[in-house]
Each structure stands twice: as C-alpha cells, then as structure tokens.
Design a protein around this ligand. Structure first.
Ligand code: E4P
Length: 217
C-alpha cells in the first residue's frame, strides 16, 4: 500500500519523507490556499523533496484550458501528476494528457460509474473521496471496495487512490479492501502509531530497568 500525503506544507512533507513514509503527495486548490504559497513555486519545492508522484490540480473547467494548464504543470518536474475533476471536460483532458504520456489523477470521484469512465479515459489514479461520502451518511469505504472489484473484474490498470481520508480506521479499512494508495493529512498518518498499551508497556519496562540500576550507555 502506498502512502501519499495530502498537504502542501513543506515541513510536514519533509518530516514524513525522512522516515520513508511518503510515496507521493496530493494537493488541491484548497490545500494550496491554506499553504499561502504560489502554486507553481510550492509544487516545484515539493517535487524537489519527494521522488514519487506529486498531484497538482488544474483550475480551469474547460478541456482546452485544462490541457494547457496540465502541459504547463508537467514542465515543473518529471514526477508531476496532473489532477483533473471528474467532468466530461476533465475526462477529455485526461485522455489527451495521458495519451501524451503524462500521469493523470482524476479527482472528485463519488461513484463506481465515474471510476469506470476515468479508467477508460486512461487515468493513472482515480481519487474516490471517502470522508466526504461519510459526511453525508453514505459509506465511503463501500465505494473503495466496489471500485476495486470492478477494476479487478476487467483488468483496469488505473490505481485506486483513496482520498478524503480522515481517520486511522479509514486507512486500515483501505488496506483491507485493497486500495492501491491512500492519501491522508500528515496528522492522520502520524496518529497510526498510537496505542495505549505501547505507552503503558514502555513505561513499565523503563521503570523496571531503573530499579536494577543498569544502563547500556
Ligand atoms: C485529495 O486528493 C483530496 O483533494 C483530499 O483528500 C480531499 O480531502 P477532504 O475531503 O478532507 O478535503
């Protein structure tokens, strides 16, 4: 399972990347706004840190301009993945850009049918939004499971990139149902390590060795 970090915050990307936890990065216009940085500059800096795919999202809504934006974005670095929305124009842009050999991430996916269309348009990644489905009382994980099954039924090579991951349970469930990639905020990835029995056990071990008066160094 690959881990992408869902952020444009350089320090947080560096911290997890140094631990070998970053297989790629996803950004979106809201994350760029949150970073307060210029989209081209911050994307270039992320690509200089991370060697895996870095998704940068187009901002146009018509295919022609999306394609022009995508062609500009891919010039930033070899590992740029152009992110396009799941609209007919987005799929046209996906078809053209993937045909030119560029990686494309089709985002804002909320149904299996949309995921089928994206695969047929040559998407490298499909991004179904788990948390946003949960937000409206649907089950985001059902969608991941369904897309996995359908892609496997037909041998589609598009990778299932589970997005809008909000909890550590989302990550476990994605691993169970076979998502190829999860993209999550750094804080969610970091909290995967938490377990009260680890903390309790370590405290007891440290207390016991202290009682012996022994030190290794
Ligand atoms: C990533 O590609 C998505 O844009 C992101 O995961 C959306 O997450 P959110 O629903 O928490 O904003």
């Amino acid at each position: 399972m690959k881990f992408f970090v869902d952020t444009a915050e350089i320090d947080q990307i560096k911290e997890l990347n140094d631990l070998g936890m970053v297989d790629g990065v996803t950004t979106n216009p809201s994350l760029i706004m949150k970073s307060g940085r210029d989209i081209i500059e911050v994307t270039k800096e992320i690509c200089s840190i991370v060697s895996g795919p870095v998704s940068a999202e187009v901002t146009a809504t018509d295919a022609e301009t999306m394609i022009a934006e995508g062609r500009k974005l891919v010039k930033i670095a070899d590992n740029i993945t152009v992110k396009v929305p799941l609209t007919w124009d987005g799929l046209k842009a996906c078809k053209t850009l993937s045909g030119e050999g560029h990686m494309v991430n089709v985002t804002l996916c909320f149904s299996t049918n949309q995921a089928i269309l994206a695969a047929k348009a040559g998407a490298t990644f499909i991004s179904p939004f788990v948390g946003r489905l949960d937000d409206i009382n649907l089950d985001g994980m059902d969608l991941i499971e369904d897309i996995r099954m359908v892609y496997d039924n037909y041998g589609f090579e598009t990778q299932v990139l589970a997005a809008s991951i909000r909890t550590t349970n989302h990550i476990t469930d994605c691993a169970r149902v076979g998502a190829d990639v999860i993209t999550a905020p750094p804080a969610v990835i970091k909290s995967m390590i938490n377990h009260p029995l680890t903390d309790k056990g370590l405290a007891a071990f440290l207390e016991d060795i202290k009682k012996t008066g022994q030190k290794i160094l």
